[in-house]
Write a protein of this length. Structure first.
Ligand code: GAL
Length: 712
């Protein structure tokens, strides 16, 4: 393992492991030792080849400062190893022991209200703290050296879901590290004052040691430049914290693979050192957990969205934690997968780029803050349908691994993603607007429902395999990206820019040129004359949105229609209502207007445009997506861009993706509903999950059924 450490970060990269890793996170420290042998036997019978251990066990590994005790894990690793199961060890830094926080209370995170976090849950320590970093290096080194020659320890996970519980800290350590970071970045305080706009509200500083941390509502809003740099700092210090550990692990045993299990995705720059330090990323997926469920209303789509976003960071990944059952912490819980659904969800992960997968967790705990986070074996030690499904999945992956590994996930429609600066720039000044990702979700769902190969990709990645690239409102635009997208269009691609792209510089200042800025105005043939805010589709009016973003007053009555100032537009033969934002455009002569505003003072003015560039075209959209607009736009553009579904007329409840390389094309088809599905128009091939049976045209899947069709 570990040839690809310095490989360029790309959405097309496969994971380079010697097998499809399949197993479970396992906590021998939660289980009486009399169970261990049988646990290992059952795992081996299920076809597991890997477990992950020790991410919360620092207090066992180092019961007091400098006294290490690896016995428990040594025995657990040996028993599992004797049944052919390897171990991924974790650095246990998500849960520093109590003796450490007693000795060094200054390493605790502090929240925005000045409240220090306490011992008793997890991620309570500040990854920016030099003292905490020193202890993190110490435990990592001790563990790495102890396991250096243990052939059963094959790789490492750093920490656990860094920043998922709380990325921010307002501690003294964070403040002084932030000041050092800024001094390194700006050299002189004048440069910082310029970047943050020090002449606005007297926010200028005389020296770096006067700089404060940005506190929202303290009493009102800090400057967008200040907030942007704070989050850049958090991402920098998170990557630095991880780098400390990676450096040690690599030096001790270069054959280990090293990854991190991403969770909340906050304050991590996926295209930066955080990812280049790793062999691949891991992504924990709990499809029935996320908030998007309320908005999207379908957990299969939520899973697809999260995994596609993750693949956009650096390509294929492993899933170190895949939801297997009901899960909860005291304040929330998930839905419960039905029989057959756990395997279906795991297959959907593979379909979208998982090159390894572990079911969370082998056994549920009988104590602690996750007593009802169920696993493969139940509390009463009985293996039931989840065990059978895990076994079936592991057997299938073993049989298919040579076909699956080494393939990438096809993407015809790309959505610009994975850009830390743009993600943060939105958050520094959201005014109740959807984030770039929230806007793009509509296009992702449109493609998902129709079986169109879609995913997220950064403009600096290899775009040559795409047919269309949608750029949601990325306010921070780099000139070199314009050149890349121009070449993509010249070679036949379609680029779609949405409103507000390119309107701020890297300091988060609004640009001085007419939007969308010199290079994009030239490429699109469009200039933005004026803009304004609209309410969300179907919403009462703007105040509703503002209440969420800033605690402002909600008017008691629904405003009359004339006061809501809805904007409509015509595209093709439809007239639709715009949502969130509008721009009034002026266009160059060589630009075709594909939609016009159709009411109020802007009636007849361009709303969306298309300009021919080489063999392809560049489209500009003077608004944000709505479901109606997404449909109208896709109908207008997809035909010309030669974008077609992987399977025509896909029935509701069925998802399809393609994993492929030069030698093979595998169609992954999953039925995410509990009733049988009949799919027509499946291209000819053999179903690898059904003893190689030939498929040509029709395919029947039972409820939660799956097929992997290798195309002829
Ligand atoms: C993950 C976390 C696990 C466990 C799981 C279920 O986010 O990494 O340790 O807590 O969720 O809550």
């Amino acid at each position: 393992m570990s040839e690809n450490k310095s490989a360029k970060i790309s959405a097309w990269n496969p994971v380079n492991t010697d097998r499809f890793l399949v197993g479970a996170p396992h906590y021998p420290e939660h289980v009486d030792e009399s169970y261990w042998e049988r646990d290992a036997e059952r795992m081996a019978k299920a076809g597991f080849n890997i477990v992950r251990m020790a991410e919360f066990a620092w207090h066992i590994l180092e019961p007091e400062l400098g006294r290490f005790d690896f016995e428990l894990f040594d025995r657990a690793i040996a028993i599992l190893g004797s049944h052919g199961i390897d171990t991924i060890m974790c650095t246990p830094t998500a849960t520093p022991p109590r003796w450490l926080t007693v000795a060094h209370p200054e390493i605790l995170r502090v929240d925005g209200k000045g409240r220090p976090m306490s011992h008793g849950s997890r991620q309570h320590c500040d990854t920016a703290s030099p003292v905490f970093r020193e202890h993190s290096r110490r435990i990592t080194k001790a563990m790495a050296e102890h396991y250096r020659d243990n052939p059963r320890v094959v790789g490492w996970q750093t920490d656990n879901e860094l920043n998922t519980s709380m990325p921010e800290s307002f501690s003294k350590a964070t403040l002084s590290e932030f000041q050092l970071f800024l001094a390194g970045k700006y050299s002189t305080i004048d440069r910082l004052n310029h970047a943050w706009g020090g002449d606005f509200w007297a926010t200028a500083y005389q020296s770096f040691d006067q700089v404060v941390l940005p506190i929202e509502f303290g009493p009102t809003f800090p400057s967008p430049g200040h907030v942007q740099d704070y989050h850049r700092f958090l991402a920098f210090s998170t990557a630095r914290f991880q780098h400390d550990q990676v450096e040690i692990l690599r030096a001790v045993n270069p054959s280990w693979f090293v990854f991190h299990n991403l969770g909340g995705l906050r304050d991590i720059d996926f295209r930066g050192q955080f990812t280049t330090d790793l062999d691949f990323v891991g992504y924990d997926i709990y499809p029935m957990l996320y908030d998007e469920f309320q908005r999207i209303g379908n957990h299969a789509k939520v899973q697809a969205l999260h995994l596609d976003i993750c693949r956009g960071f650096s390509g294929n990944y492993i899933v170190p934690e895949q939801q297997s059952s009901f899960g909860s912490q005291p304040g929330f819980c998930t839905l419960t997968p039905e029989p057959g659904e756990m395997r279906r969800m795991a297959m959907s992960s593979v379909a979208r780029g998982a090159d390894g997968l572990m079911f969370f967790r082998w056994r549920p705990a009988h104590f602690g803050a996750e007593i009802y986070w169920m696993g493969i074996i139940d509390h009463d030690d009985v293996p039931r349908h989840r065990y059978d499904e895990a076994k079936r999945f592991a057997t299938e992956m073993k049989a298919l691994q040579d076909k699956i590994l080494g393939t990438y996930v096809r993407m015809d429609v790309g959505i610009a993603g994975s850009d830390f600066d743009n993600q943060e720039a939105h958050k520094t000044y959201p005014i109740g607007l959807p984030s770039p990702q929230d806007d793009a979700v509509l296009l992702h769902q449109y493609c998902y429902d129709r079986g169109i190969a879609c995913g997220f990709i950064h403009p600096e990645d290899d775009l040559s395999k795409l047919k269309l690239l949608y750029v949601p409102h990325w306010v921070m635009w780099k000139g070199e990206w314009t050149e890349r997208l121009k070449s993509f269009a010249e070679a036949g691609g379609t680029v779609v820019f949405a409103a507000r792209t390119g309107t701020r510089d890297e300091n988060n200042h609004v640009i001085r040129q007419t939007a969308p800025g010199t290079s994009l105005a030239k490429l699109t043939g469009v200039r933005v004359e004026d803009f304004g805010r609209l309410s969300a589709p179907g919403a009462m009016g703007l105040f509703e949105v503002m209440e969420r973003s800033g605690g402002l007053v909600v008017p008691p009555n629904r405003p009359a229609e004339s006061h809501r100032r809805e904007r409509r537009f015509k595209i093709g033969n439809r007239e639709l209502t715009a949502g969130y934002f509008y721009e009034n455009l002026i266009v160059d002569d060589d630009v075709e207007v594909i939609a016009v505003w159709s009411n109020r003072y802007a009636e007849g003015r361009p709303m969306a445009t298309s300009r021919k560039v080489g063999e392809g075209r560049v489209v500009y959209l003077g608004t944000y997506l709505t479901p109606d607009l997404t449909e109208a736009l896709s109908e207008r553009l997809f035909g010309d861009a030669r974008i077609e579904p992987l399977i025509a007329d896909l029935p509701e409840g069925v998802e399809v993706t393609m994993r492929m390389n030069e030698d093979r094309r595998l169609l992954f088809i999953q039925n995410y509903l509990d009733k049988p599905a009949r799919i027509s128009h499946v291209p000819a091939g053999i179903n690898l999950l059904d003893a190689g049976k030939e498929v040509d045209g029709a395919l029947a899947l039972e409820g939660y059924g799956c097929a992997v069709v290798q195309l002829s």
